[in-house]
Design a protein around this ligand. Structure first.
Ligand code: ATP
Length: 306
């Protein structure tokens, strides 16, 4: 076991940031922390990395986090703004120089997909490229434990997937990874275990499939009607339960239910632009347990979620 946290508590004055959090992470596993803004994710990462004190027990490599040798941990803070007039390569070299032993900076730049921008000033990189440089600075010491606080925020979908492959590769090589994210797809695809924090408490803990099985609900049909009220009325009259109604109306449905739902809509003259049938996802778990969607916590549009 690399991380063992038992009843971790942290207050900032009157604010309770962590209210008795317990979990553990084994070697080579990826643990994702999800939860609304202010849930305590960053505070927990800080408690694990030893950059803040907390009550309870936090053990990392069997030690108190502050005592762990620096080169064993890589930490990417949520807020990290390196010097703007250094190039991507100079920044990685600079951070590599802080350790007795470090990785080849060019290999690190290659890992984060920045070889072609190695000589660009940090300030002139795109938002996503900047974040990738920051991820690179957390990799220079070839850490056995990598903690990434929102590593892919601001990175475009392709770059995000590239970073997922990188993180998976590191974990396959034995690196233990703790990350926070507002992207449920990221947690679902990457993490071996997910912890959902809300108001400083871990309200759910398990593998993505366990959590989806427990809290995700049923498979569903998503209808994009021109007239939402008409669709809801037709479906309700026919005895269907409505899971949610937004831009899309969601109805619990097995694959075999689809024809009769389509018929119900047709009989009522409901016109729709799209029909999507899907299994529950971690996003549904998040909505079920927090009452909001994860996209809104990141300031993203809710378009596309249902
Ligand atoms: P986000 O998703 O917005 O990053 P988070 O889940 O990481 O949020 P934290 O940053 O850990 O949440 O904050 C938990 C709570 O502690 C919040 O109520 C926050 O306002 C408070 N808090 C965090 N850091 C401090 C601080 N340095 N001083 C006072 N209060 C703080």
């Amino acid at each position: 076991m690399i991380i063992d946290a038992v009843d971790v508590r942290r207050r900032y004055g009157e604010t309770v940031a962590l209210d008795g959090v317990s979990f553990s992470v084994d070697e080579g596993k990826i643990f994702a922390l999800i939860g609304p803004n202010g849930a305590g994710k960053t505070t927990l990462v800080r408690a694990l990395s030893g950059t803040t004190d907390a009550e309870g027990t936090v053990s990392v490599f069997g030690q108190s986090p502050a005592d762990v040798a620096r080169d064993r941990i890589g930490l990417l803070p949520q807020e990290f703004t390196p010097a703007g007039r250094l190039t991507a390569k100079e920044l990685v070299e600079y951070y590599a120089g802080l350790y007795d032993e470090s990785r080849d900076p060019e290999a690190v730049l290659d890992d984060v997909g920045l070889t072609d921008s190695a000589d660009t000033f940090y300030e002139n990189l795109s938002g996503g490229q900047k974040r990738r440089v920051c991820v690179g600075t957390a990799l220079v010491n070839d850490p056995a434990l990598l903690m990434l606080d929102e590593p892919t925020t601001g990175i475009d979908p392709t770059g995000r997937r590239d970073l997922w492959r990188l993180i998976e590769g590191l974990a396959d090589g034995g690196t233990t990874v703790v990350l926070t994210t507002h992207y449920m797809e990221e947690a679902e695809e990457l993490a071996d275990h997910v912890g959902l924090l809300a108001d400083g408490e871990l309200v759910a803990l398990g593998s993505p499939s366990e959590l989806i099985g427990r809290y995700g609900g049923e498979s569903r049909l998503l209808i994009e009607p021109e007239d939402g009220d008409a669709a809801v009325e037709a479906l309700t009259d026919a005895g269907y339960e409505i899971i949610s109604e937004d831009r899309r109306v969601a109805v619990p449905a097995d694959a075999t239910d689809i024809p009769s739902i389509v018929e119900t809509l047709a009989d009522a003259g409901v016109v729709y632009e799209g029909l999507t049938w899907r299994q529950p996802t971690l996003e549904d778990v998040y909505i079920e347990l927090t009452g909001t969607d994860a996209a809104s916590a990141d300031g993203m549009t809710t378009e596309g979620w249902a």
